[in-house]
Design a protein around this ligand. Sequence first.
Ligand SMILES: C[S@@+](CC[C@H](N)C(=O)[O-])C[C@H]1O[C@@H](n2cnc3c(N)ncnc32)[C@H](O)[C@@H]1O
Length: 389
Amino acid sequence: MTPQARAQAAIEILDAVIAAARDAGPAADTLVQRYFKARRYAGAKDRRAVRDLVYAAIRRAGERPESGRAALAGLAEDDPAVAALFDGAPHGPAPLSPGEPRAPAGVAPKWLAARLAATLGAGDLAALLERAPLDLRVNTLKATRSQMRAAFPDAFDTPHAPDGLRFPEPFAVEASAPFLAGQVEVQDEGSQLLSLACGAAPGMTVVDLCAGAGGKTLALAAMMAGKGRIIACDADRARLARLAPRAERAGVSIIETRLLDGGREAEALADLAGAADIVLVDAPCSGTGTWRRNPEARWRLTAERLTRLTTLQARLLAVAARLVRPGGALVYGVCSLLPEEGPAIAAGLDWPADEVEIGAGTPAPPGIRLTPSRDGTDGFFFARMRRPC
Ligand SMILES: C[S@@+](CC[C@H](N)C(=O)[O-])C[C@H]1O[C@@H](n2cnc3c(N)ncnc32)[C@H](O)[C@@H]1O
């Protein structure tokens, strides 16, 4: 592909990303993959160059642009090399005209930036859009961190999580022998720290209420040395189905899965009332803390969607509280830095908060906050609250 044809491809993918953000469609990564699946002629270098253009244009535009061409034209304002691609060459974009729309630069939609600014400084906000490193969690049921450091010579230890390895550049870790042998999992250091904050130990009964495909469930199982009981729940059948093969690869046999019906969670969990040593609520959220990986997520969020999410979060917290035994703990977490999804929801539970010793984070009572700028992780809020005896 010529550089101009790559620019045109980026515009077409950006059009799809913008439509998907508006209509709750697939993630940008999926759309990039789909585009190239239908265009086998594009080589690895073309794919990388187009992908880089797409993500640079997404990162730069705080508000959802009106078109892919406007998004790339915005990028052209900052980058003369991109501007030069609008030269009318065959298969490339038509030249830019003076009056045509160019997406303005920004970190987030105005309404959202204003809410984030309540707790974050300008530097913290900008860091939400930096490129994230690739983090792995060593599965201590199968390997040690020093063994895995030897297996991956480019890796270095994550600064805070004791079982984490970090790579400055992404690579195809899923094809590596340690991954296939279940010795490592891909997991951001912030997620590792949230799992650690649960304080799970061998022999415990743990409910992971929003387990998804089980990233944190597997971390909890490793902390429990494969002994005890984990009930991994989710309302999304497809996500939950991805847990079993991962658990098998990781050598974990203490996980039961339970598919929940949204709105009827308490009934499906009635047998566990007051029985859990720990309940983790890794709640569905706006994902403002994960913009480093999904920068287009900031084009998806609306004030109405945020209200729906906070209502669901408060409801799931109440469902979870009923499962905790006296003296047990409820850990509430979100990968969001919006106060209304974090501290405001957790404070709705009138239980004392534990001090969580993880060597990272900033106090955000009743819990702590992790930020990309200060902690080098995705953005998270989490709190561990103890049910009075
Ligand atoms: C932040 S994600 C969980 C990520 C997961 N814990 C991990 O570590 O990979 C939130 C999850 O909540 C699930 N969810 C949404 N509504 C739910 C409900 N009513 N009950 C339980 N889970 C729900 C979503 O399907 C999603 O998988």
